[in-house]
Design a protein around this ligand. Structure first.
Ligand code: MG
Length: 258
């Protein structure tokens, strides 16, 4: 009888223990992309000043990432030769071949690049000249044709994608070159992998301030909230977005390490 009682009690303990293990808490509802898309207020439109049609020449201490001749400083995500098309001193996205990134990795930097969507481009919202420049290969600054093309403001040209809208819309019309000048401070990390100091970015488009030392809160997710994960130095990466509009082009890309 004593043995029976002990085994009954043991059984109770075991079943309580397994109940404790199986205790379930509610999961958060799965997020949809629209949940992190904000359409108002739309940033004011500012017409940028006229610039020379000649590219801004790289300063003497810059690393020239593209000088109009070849993509030898770039690779695809498999580490193979970048397949985007070099022509007439520029290169154009070859759709379907994927993002390209610099072979070299960077920490803090000043980056200059120029991009152009083709004249007569069609499509609207995100499906019109969508690309992006990923800082350290992770944090996307949006590239998009937002000339008379509205979209969610934290996804328009010059946004920290799905995080911070640009201060203004300083687009040049399709067929004209846009400049981006980006000043980036890389994050530092605590031993648990969270930010000790978050990444920060300042951005001028066509000489007009769009981001002013903006804190980047984590990864620039299409779906869901930013995630913080520890990382080392990273490349400059350009996006092959896959939207159906005509592909955009880049020229005159240089970087200064800080
Ligand atoms: Mg993009």
């Amino acid at each position: 009888m004593k043995q029976l009682i002990i085994s009954f009690l043991l059984g109770l303990v075991v079943s309580f223990a397994s109940m404790a293990q199986e205790k379930k808490y509610p999961e958060p509802a799965p997020m949809k992309p629209e949940m992190t898309e904000y359409w108002v207020p739309q940033p004011p439109v500012v017409a940028p000043g006229k610039i020379s049609s000649d590219p801004v020449a790289a300063p003497s201490d810059a690393i020239v990432l593209f000088d109009g001749t070849d993509l030898s400083r770039w690779e695809n995500r498999k580490g193979e030769a970048a397949e985007w098309i070099v022509h007439d001193g520029v290169f154009t996205v070859k759709k379907g071949t994927g993002n390209i990134r610099t072979k070299q990795t960077f920490s803090d930097f000043q980056l200059h690049l120029e991009w152009r969507v083709p004249e007569g481009i069609e499509g609207k919202s995100q499906a019109r000249g969508n690309s992006g420049v990923f800082l350290q290969g992770i944090y996307e600054i949006q590239i998009l044709d937002n000339y008379e093309n509205e979209t969610y403001v934290n996804g328009q040209a010059g946004s920290v994608y799905k995080q911070t809208a640009p201060l203004v819309n300083a687009m040049r019309p399709p067929g004209e070159w846009n400049t981006y000048d980006i000043i980036y401070t890389a994050p530092t990390f605590k031993s648990d992998g969270t930010y000790r100091t978050p990444p920060r970015v300042t951005l001028l488009q066509n000489g007009v301030l769009l981001q002013n030392n903006t804190i980047i809160r984590g990864t620039t997710q299409y779906t869901g909230l930013p995630k913080v994960r520890e990382h080392a130095e990273g490349p400059i990466m350009l996006q092959d977005h896959g939207d159906p509009s005509a592909p955009l082009s880049f020229r005159n890309i240089w970087i200064r390490e800080l």
